[in-house]
Design a protein. Structure first.
Length: 231
């Protein structure tokens, strides 16, 4: 009987020890879990500060330009147009603009390469077409269209850019150099279109358009008379 009691007490002791070990293990796991949460909560503000600091540094090194248009708009003139645009040129031109070159160019010089993309629109202004420019003779309609002209010669700012710029060691560069390059680019783009014969093509396209229009209006025979050149 004593041996049975001793055996029972032994099992109770073993079970008690195992229960205490399991309880202690649970408490340790819970404590570790809470500790990790505290550490994560402690580290999170540091990560947030670091992230915000990195964002601020990035914005400082690469600032986004702020555009503030004046809320007041002044309209100087409103004019009705009757322009017949008959041709469009897309032109690319490389412009070199420089200042302060020469013996001391490495110190005071400024030089840039500007890649210009431009658009040139040409056609005839039908507002200049008067009654004396259209007449019938022997069932033939004679038409004298106005001379072709360039309506728009402008840069495409989304495609135009400064490819390279070199400034001297002792200068911060000419603030007006890029503006001068853009102005020269517009002139060169228009000049290139003129040299390629844009006005002649615009005049021919205008005649083709008006011919189809007048035929649809019931004039079967149409002859275009060249306008008298303006001196």
């Amino acid at each position: 009987m004593n041996k049975a009691n001793e055996s029972l007490r032994g099992w109770v002791l073993v079970i008690g020890v195992l229960f205490l070990i399991a309880l202690m293990a649970s408490m340790i796991v819970y404590a570790l879990y809470q500790g990790l949460n505290v550490v994560q909560r402690s580290i999170q503000p540091v990560n947030d500060v670091t992230s915000n600091l990195g964002t601020q540094v990035s914005l400082a090194l690469n600032p986004t330009p702020t555009i503030l248009p004046d809320p007041i708009t002044v309209i100087y003139q409103v004019r009705s147009l009757a322009r017949l645009e008959t041709i469009q040129y897309s032109v690319e031109k490389v412009i070199t603009a420089e200042t302060g070159q020469g013996m001391f160019g490495a110190l005071f010089g400024d030089r840039l390469l500007f890649v210009a993309h431009g658009v040139v629109l040409a056609g005839v202004d039908l507002a200049k077409l008067g009654p004396q420019d259209m007449w019938r003779q022997d069932n033939v309609l004679y038409v004298r269209l106005p001379e072709a002209e360039i309506f728009i010669a402008t840069l495409d700012n989304q495609k135009s850019y400064v490819y390279n710029r070199d400034t001297g060691l002792l200068t911060r560069g000419d603030v007006n150099l890029e503006t001068a390059a853009r102005q020269a680019a517009e002139t060169e783009i228009e000049k290139a279109a003129l040299e390629d014969g844009i006005l002649l093509q615009a005049s021919q396209n205008a005649e083709n358009f008006m011919y189809r229009l007048l035929r649809d209006l019931g004039y079967p025979d149409i002859i275009f008379v060249k306008p008298t050149p303006v001196p």
